[in-house]
Design a protein. Structure first.
Length: 140
């Protein structure tokens, strides 16, 4: 049974929102929240983020809403705590987008990740198997 997702609202730059929208279209994801979760799962697999300085003003931001699983929220919270006093979930989300946007988009959005790692055709997760089948169809 899938765990319930909780809503998270963060302030993201308009550029990051457009980046997520572009990935949503390019990779035929159901919505930008899924693109955000892909980026988050990629970042989770890479280790601590380099956050902007606390109090750094963000220009051209907009509220962005994503539904996250408990372990995703826990990782985000741990990154905020690790960053120290004054750090926010919005800063972590910004750092996550910065880090992911520097890499190859296939590494972020073209890999199906599950709680336990990268999904394969043998994964127990039905959703992962369906996503992999969709990727194979898209590639052919």
């Amino acid at each position: 049974m899938a765990s319930a997702k909780s809503e998270l609202v963060v302030d993201l730059s308009c550029d990051h929102v457009r980046w997520l929208e572009g990935a949503t279209a390019e990779y035929e994801l159901p919505d930008t929240g899924k693109a955000f979760r892909c980026a988050l799962m990629f970042a989770m697999s890479r280790g601590p983020l380099a956050l902007p300085s606390p109090g750094t003003p963000a220009e051209g931001t907009a509220p962005f809403t994503a539904r996250l699983a408990p372990q995703q929220l826990a990782w985000l919270g741990e990154e905020v705590r690790r960053a120290g006093e004054g750090a926010t979930a919005s800063q972590v989300a910004t750092a996550m987008c910065n880090a992911c946007a520097q890499g190859h988009s296939d590494d972020v959005f073209g890999v199906v990740r599950c709680k336990t790692g990268v999904a394969t055709a043998d994964s127990a997760c039905e959703g992962a198997r369906a996503a992999l089948a969709k990727q194979r169809a898209r590639a052919s």
